[in-house]
Design a protein around this ligand. Sequence first.
Ligand code: ADP
Ligand code: MG
Length: 380
Amino acid sequence: GYHKVLEENRKLYNQVQDLKGNIRVYCRVRPLFGQPSHLTTVSNLEEGNISIITPSKYGKEGKKAFSFNKVFGPTATQAEVFSDMQPLIRSVLDGYNVCIFAYGQTGSGKTHTMSGPNELTEETVGVNYRALRDLFLLSEQRKDTICYDISVQMLEIYNEQVRDLLATDGASNKRLEIRNSSQNGINVPDANLIPVSSTSDVINLMNLGHKNRAVSSTAMNDRSSRSHSCLTVHVQGRDVTSGSIIRGSMHLVDLAGSERVDKSEVTGDRLKEAVHINKSLSALGDVISALAQRSSHVPYRNSKLTQLLQDSLGGQAKTLMFVHISPEHEALGETLSTLKFAERVSTVELGAAKVNKDSTDVKELKEQIACLKAALARKE
Ligand code: ADP
Ligand code: MG
């Protein structure tokens, strides 16, 4: 009796977990800037749901609703945003590969989420720093059973060329190759991979990375919005007693601005950039969408970004697409196209907002499993 119910509960539990999938989509709305008279396009903001107000031809307002795994409004703090991602980040120490992307038009808050604003304080630091701080903390807690080595890499992809943001002596302009070896999987052998053991190590490296990024932006104004930057954290844990090795990785990606560039208005370098950005963001969308639909063919080869992350997208890997929107009316067109992109890569059904229900289901099932186990133990 008990055994059978337990077995059935387990099956159900796995099904619910499976349904939740390894791809999550979060949305973050940044605060409204400028004149108080500026109108916001955002309404009906609640857990997992967001509506965008769209003026219609007849002067009557319409609403378009979207549902994601989570929606953060303009008042959400960096700590709140991070605490939701914490379990995902912690799973890296258990041997998972994790990718977190910040997507959105320029000025929508991608860098704010990942790195934080220019003036960094304990409250305003972003996901990158918090994630590493958490990994150090947790690895310290586990040190009697597992001994962890953590190292980081910081790359930029600009016009489909990969550069090392942690290079010193001006070597950061060298173009690097992405390799696929049977031994090391996908890697960039010529990029610096730097061991870190404290948050101050991390701050120093992030400063170097930002400096290297800024060097090139003097020549082409604000290159950072037209390139992807990827902070990769490699974790290796050794079981102190058995000596067995566990490996996990985390890619934290601040993507290039997703705004559509009017190709009839730009030429030369700007046109080239626009074409490359467009290509790589749609390649990323295609890959995640194929994974979300469990399609048999996943088109990794169409951009440097998806090639670089191939090991960490799909399979057992966990993906979080964090889309950012600006609430101003002027941004309406981009906001809708950002949300449509998010919808395409999402496994959440439109208007369904089943997320919370699913997680309660899992919680309930877990509790039931625990009860049944206890009952079983009492019987035996
Ligand atoms: P992006 O990287 O997408 O181009 P930024 O992160 O640079 O955008 O954000 C543009 C500006 O808005 C920055 O000054 C940033 O500090 C500010 N900003 C973005 N999101 C928030 C937020 N949630 N709270 C406060 N300020 C924000
Ligand atoms: Mg930015």
